[in-house]
Design a protein around this ligand. Structure first.
Ligand SMILES: [Zn+2]
Length: 1032
């Protein structure tokens, strides 16, 4: 195989029409053995599968009907001015219906292609080492462009016709010359203008952050000896594999930065530009294929026929017409759907449509729900489905005349005709056993083993429950919550409590047979909180005392979930388990776990094992939970390895949330935990849900990522789904798409409300289609792309070596950009890096993803932490993944105390800090307040009420209320950042040049990682080289 050989290496050697790049992996990583449901995951038909044949599940495509019937082209023309224009009309001339047929082609890479990618990657590695280490120019590289070639500046520059495209950005050539033999060694990049401490030399005296290190909030393993020695290994695979380790750690003088960081695309600039142009405005969803404002831009969204971007965001708002085009560009076609997203109070909540016993109006063939994409014809007697083109009779109760443009007279009176999102009241057909559901129940399950009693956790939980139970969620029109509550404590046995309102004292029943858990009481276990309040308070007061003398260290875990699920099943209601757990469940019982953490697996093909559950007990438990609408939320308080990969599986697959507090200490961590608990109990949530994605002809949903469970290829089952959970859906072509009819998506979620009502929530979105690649690139959204890439990669870590996954990500990034360069940009010097405007910051975000601890094979990071972060990301929406991968870093010393606006963020790099400054960093899980050694004393006084830097106590996790403008403004900023985020962020105070700074620096994601992972500049150069290779 040729060493020159990117293009010469299979599978790239078979050139495709157009660009000569063929997609080896097109966004897929899975293990072929998982292409279908593994046998162990099979389960009986879901809640609606058998019970509701006429329900949500479609009955398969019927033979092509008279879809060409009823030409309505006339209707589609010339809309007069309206209150607001509706979505574009459906064009009935769309291609005739093609029945869905499961693709027979495996979407997974064959072993052969994996091997070739691996091989290719090792060549790449060699190439990188050459170019970065010894300064050899990459093969095939053209001469560098003029140094004055348009650089990325802080502000957009006027287009420079020779090399810039409208909507493109151009970067100077990769560092051939700078990096070349002639390049003089520049001062080590350890030089910092801002006077940060010199770098810790390799093998230096940096000790790990003070452990309880994990009290710093990031959970890196305490076992690490020191940071230095691990850096020395140069055997890391790309992209962490730059020899010599991070730039900040000295060693031999590094070759200097090849590019001025100010000259490369800045995420902050992109965010600020979008804010400046679109912030504070009304964004109306009235046109097809509109790219919404960025998730970081605040605006008011008005539903005018397409779902708000709060509910659905797409990787691109213009789909390529053909699968060849899609393969050529390799841009994933995906939607990130957050069906229960929180809507701000200044936007309209969803309308509820009630057709009584008739139920929702649906297409006879594809079962799509009535929506703005249905075209009424024949005077309103029939309508043509926008999804499958079938012509349906309008049911008599639903008949309405059409106006002169073919629109129903009640168009604006019916949410389902004019809005992108709305809800339907579901009829009994949509309920289990055709019976209205019972309201859900919450069961609180507390681990009362020795350590939890000893450290006061049990007491804290019990105290808090007395308060939060007052705030159980309720339907708006109801006075009290319909949710019933129950209580269980456990160590190696289970204790059920009878808290029936007429009891003077709660009663305990012990279940010692954890092998086959049964529910010892039905009456009195699940109760209305208000009615049983005194008995419940009595119980919560007694629990800490009851187990005060217990020496029981061992716990069970699977039987706890089993017990909760059985209790819900017995009560015939869906619900949520809140489990408070601390240790590896080693007691003899189903789901017993052993410590199998093995750092030796890291960086081997077996590393994936660390992310897989160690027993299939949890898999089948999750399956049962989903089948019974039992969602599991887990609060973990580990002080050592607890096997998050196993314990977290049920929460993940049941739509629950996993919270983790390493080395929980009452005075440091209780606030964070209590905030999480309150927030979780109060949040909006739907139970016993099934989501179904329908699409117009020519493409379909093929892959789903999230806290979901699937028994077949189409029904996304969720025991529950709350306002913070998103499901990412990938689409593939199965035919051509037509430019005029576009690509339509309908997401329907059938669920039970907190009040026990069965409903359907519908979100519709219309996208454009184009046969021009440039249109596709113009309509991309990088934040959604990163969400998709993160989830697909994190799903793949269960099956594939991490090295392969990282390589696929890098390759795909290069392919996407190379295809743009080749097909959309105007001719320019081969050495210029040209990025589409919509993907300007794709490289920096992609690098952040590659550096995330899940994908970074490093022993310094605990296995549990990696499993935890993997799981969190799998359910994230776009706003949360954006912040998680590229943290927000705010200069606090420039605070304008008279303004309520947040200061403008700065880029996440050490070079942006200054020793006179104070900076706040947040990523959605952690928050840091970093104080430069020369921070202004008046600010320190203002914030901390102490006279100097030296007096600041870094043990605090909340700022004191000092009662001056600095303090008030900073505290307000912190609460604004915290708002809307699903996890409470623990605040860590970091003083410059003190050890905890090491933890903080990991979040400076544009720099080289402490544990490997390249800097943004280096990564951009690598991507550029790959693009050059591809284009050669
Ligand atoms: Zn249809």
């Amino acid at each position: 195989m040729s060493q020159q050989g990117y293009v010469a290496t299979p599978p790239y050697s078979q050139s495709q029409p157009g660009i000569g790049l063929s997609p080896p992996h097109y966004g897929h990583y899975g293990d072929p053995s998982h292409a279908g449901s593994p046998p162990g995951m099979m389960k009986p038909a879901g809640p609606l599968g058998a019970a509701a044949p006429g329900g949500m599940l479609p009955q398969g495509p019927s033979p092509p009907g008279p879809q060409q019937f009823g030409q309505n082209g006339a209707h589609a023309q010339g809309h007069p001015p309206q209150r607001f224009p509706g979505p574009p009309p459906v064009n009935s001339a769309a291609p005739s219906y093609a029945p869905y047929s499961p693709s027979t082609q495996s979407s997974y890479p064959s072993p052969a292609s994996t091997a070739s990618v691996t091989q290719m990657a090792s060549q790449l590695n060699a190439m990188h080492i050459n170019s970065y280490g010894s300064g050899m120019a990459p093969p095939g590289q053209g001469p560098p462009g003029p140094p004055s070639a348009p650089l990325f500046q802080g502000l957009p520059r006027p287009p420079q016709p020779s090399i810039m495209q409208p909507g493109s950005q151009v970067l100077p050539p990769p560092p051939t010359a700078l990096n070349g033999p002639g390049a003089s060694p520049l001062p080590p990049s350890t030089h910092r203008q801002d006077g940060l401490p010199g770098p810790a030399p390799l093998n230096a005296q940096y000790q790990p952050p003070p452990l309880p290190g994990q009290t710093l909030g990031t959970g890196y393993s305490p076992q690490q000896g020191s940071y230095g020695p691990q850096m020395a290994g140069g055997q890391l695979s790309y992209p962490g594999g730059f020899p010599g380790g991070p730039a900040q750690l000295a060693g031999p003088p590094q070759l200097q930065k090849k590019l001025d960081p100010d000259s490369i695309p800045s995420p902050i600039q992109v965010i600020e530009n979008d804010r400046a142009t679109r912030g504070g405005q009304v964004y109306a969803t009235n046109s097809r294929g509109q790219v919404p404002p960025l998730v970081t831009t605040d605006c008011v969204i008005q539903d005018q026929g397409n779902a708000s971007p709060r509910y659905i965001r797409c990787t691109t708002y213009c789909f390529p017409c053909t699968s060849d085009m899609a393969k050529q560009a390799q841009i994933p076609l995906a939607a990130v759907i957050k069906p229960f997203a929180t809507i701000p109070s200044n936007e309209t909540p969803l309308y509820l449509v009630n057709h009584g016993e008739n139920g929702p109006v649906r297409c006879n063939r594809c079962k799509a729900y009535m929506c703005p994409f249905m075209q009424f014809i024949e005077g309103g007697r029939r309508y043509q489905c926008g999804f499958c083109n079938c012509v349906n009779d309008v049911p008599p109760f639903y008949f309405q005349h059409l106006d002169h443009i073919g629109r129903r007279l009640d168009h604006y009176e019916k949410p389902e005709l004019s809005l992108g999102s709305y809800e339907y009241v579901a009829t009994l057909d949509y309920c289990r056993k055709n019976k209205p559901p019972n309201p859900p129940a919450f069961i609180f399950m507390i681990d009362v083993s020795y350590s939890n009693i000893k450290n006061g956790l049990v007491k804290l939980i019990c105290e808090e429950l007395k308060t939060v139970l007052e705030k159980l969620p309720k339907e708006e029109q109801e006075e009290t919550s319909a949710i019933r509550v129950g209580f269980i404590t456990y160590n190696k046995v289970l204790h059920f409590f009878n808290v029936k309102s007429n009891l003077a004292q709660p009663q305990m029943m012990v279940v010692t047979d954890v092998g086959e858990v049964f529910v010892p009481l039905l009456d009195g276990f699940l109760v209305n909180y208000q009615e049983s309040q005194s008995v419940i308070h009595n119980l919560l007061d007694q629990i800490p005392e009851m187990f005060a003398d217990s020496n029981e260290n061992e716990t069970v875990f699977a039987p706890v979930i089993q017990a909760g699920m059985e209790a819900l099943k017995a009560a015939d209601c869906p619900g949520k388990l809140f489990i408070f757990h601390s240790s590896l469940p080693t007691a003899e019982a189903p789901g017993k776990l052993k410590n199998r953490d093995d750092k030796k697996l890291i960086n081997t093909d077996k590393e994936k094992i660390l992310f897989q559950p160690q027993t299939n007990v949890y898999d089948s438990l999750a399956k049962d939970c989903v089948a019974h609408g039992c969602c599991v939320t887990l609060f973990l308080f580990p002080s050592q390895y607890v096997d998050v990969a196993s314990l977290g599986l049920v929460p993940q697959l049941t739509g629950g949330t996993l919270y983790k507090y390493n080395n929980f200490q009452m005075h440091m961590d209780s606030q964070q935990f209590l905030n999480d608990l309150r927030n979780d109990i109060e949040k909006k949530i739907g139970f016993d849900a099934i989501m179904r994605i329908r699409t117009s002809t020519g493409f379909r949903a093929t892959d789903f990522f999230g806290g979901i469970f699937m028994n077949n290829t189409t029904d996304v089952e969720m025991a529950a789904i709350d306002c913070d959970k998103a499901v990412t859906v990938e689409f593939k072509h199965d035919d051509k798409l037509a430019e005029d009819s576009g690509a339509l998506i309908q997401c329907a979620v059938l669920y039970t409300t907190i009040g026990g009502q069965r409903r359907l929530r519908i979100h519709n979105l219309s996208l454009n289609c184009s046969s021009q690649l440039a249109d596709l690139y113009k309509s991309c959204e990088t934040d959604a792309l990163i969400n998709f890439f993160a989830k697909s990669a994190f799903k793949a870590v269960l099956h594939q070596p991490l090295k392969v996954i990282r390589e696929i990500l890098v390759n795909q990034t290069a392919h996407m950009l190379a295809c743009y360069r080749k097909n959309c940009a105007s001719p320019s010097a081969a050495s210029q890096l040209i990025l589409p405007d919509s993907m300007k910051v794709l490289p920096v975000y992609m690098n952040c993803l590659l550096k995330n601890c899940v994908l970074l094979s490093r022993p310094e990071i605990s296995t549990d932490e990696r499993a935890y972060q993997r799981q969190l990301v799998m359910t994230m929406g776009v706003a949360d993944s954006q912040l998680f991968f590229y943290p927000q870093l705010l200069p606090i010393h420039t605070l304008d105390v008279k303004s309520t606006a947040l200061p403008t963020a700065i880029r996440c790099s050490e070079s942006r800090l200054s020793e006179e400054g104070i900076f706040l960093l947040a990523n959605g899980l952690n928050m840091f307040l970093w104080l430069g050694v020369s921070s202004p004393p008046e600010l320190i006084q203002g914030i901390f009420n102490v006279p100097s830097f030296a007096h600041i106590n870094t043990d605090m996790t909340t700022l004191p209320e000092v009662g001056n403008p600095y303090s008030q403004t900073l505290r307000m900023i912190i609460s604004i950042i915290q708002q809307k985020r699903p996890y409470s962020m623990k605040l860590t105070i970091v003083k410059q040049r003190e050890q905890p700074e090491m933890v903080f620096r990991q979040f400076l994601v544009e720099d080289k990682g402490l544990y490997g992972g390249s800097s943004y500049v280096d990564f951009l150069c690598c991507v550029h080289k790959e693009i050059c290779q591809l284009l050669n």
